[in-house]
Design a protein around this ligand. Sequence first.
Ligand SMILES: *Cc1c(COP(=O)(O)O)cnc(C)c1O
Length: 390
Amino acid sequence: MGKRQGLATRCVHAGDRSDAFGSPHTPVYNTTTFRYPSTDALLDVVEGRAEGALYTRFGANPSVRSLEAKLAALEDAEAALAFTAGMGAESSLFFAHGREGIVCIGDAYGGTLELLTDQLPRLGMDTHLLWETEPVALRAQLEERLAAGARLVFLETPTNPSLEVYDIAEISEVAHAYGALVAVDNTFATPVNQNPLGLGADLVMHSATKYLGGHSDLTAGAVMGPAALLEPVAAWRKSLGQVPAPETATLLSRSLATLPLRVERQNATAGVLARSLAEHPRVARALYPGLAQFPGHSLAARQMTGFGGMVTFEVADADAAAVVDRLRLFAIAPSLGGVESLATQPVTTTHHGLSGESQRRLGITPAMVRLSVGLEDPEDLLADLEQALE
Ligand SMILES: *Cc1c(COP(=O)(O)O)cnc(C)c1O
């Protein structure tokens, strides 16, 4: 093929299988089982001598396989597995690779924290959360956990909602010195802005419900990485019944074709909003990795190719809920990554269940508003924020 194709080209073409009628994209294979011309032909597939699908839950449905080829191409991975949800991807990943102990760095998604602090420990799994943000102290704490036997390091970067940035290359180097694997939740960054495998991580996971799906109309997840590391993850997916429906797989493949276009626009608009909010007299603080004054900016500039579509700010001397309630274009809703702009307060949604002390430790304040920037005209979004802050 010669020179490696660009991301946009891969998003459009990777994984596509034409059919007998010349459909330019993989059709929806709404089928649970697959028939064979003979017992021998069936046995060839059962015994691995020939490629073929047996049963959709086992994962070889052509709509799902086609999606997985696109997902792998997005993250420059050897292989990918599609899931019913981001949490499905995460639980299979943890069961497959976390049984000797998991270290989670930084503020992870609420569902991830529930798994790690409540559900997995009840199964006897050893899990540790490291909240340290100062790199030297973090490295020391991580080495201590790895020396104690943990074999999977999990992190999100940038984090929700503070958009803190962690050094994937350095963390991977430390983990690998102890023979541990590193898995990165790349949901916030998207493969357009960050390629964890290229920075040294072993596995990547996504809530495809967010930017990959991009239209707030599907729930799905993904894990990408070397085929050998995905094999035990696929076994858990099969037993837990987490293969996505063919319709969802096809809808997600359709969405991926426009991922680079959407994310590039979201990056640009988020930058405009963040710069404007940072200067606004009614805003105490704007958090965005693309702002030169943001603490994680230089690291983000090194490991990311775009700064993302999420912006967080703190309202000065005003009731943040009243500001959010005055927004007309931004909808009050959890979730993120869709074509429509959303606004939430972490204290009423993602971090609602946490104690005041935990919120303070994570830097979550009642004045904080998190924006998921959509595809509307930047001037309209800016005008909406300005009237709400007045
Ligand atoms: C939403 C989300 C998840 C969970 O994904 P679901 O598709 O809702 O199961 C995991 N990680 C991050 C960062 C998320 O935003």
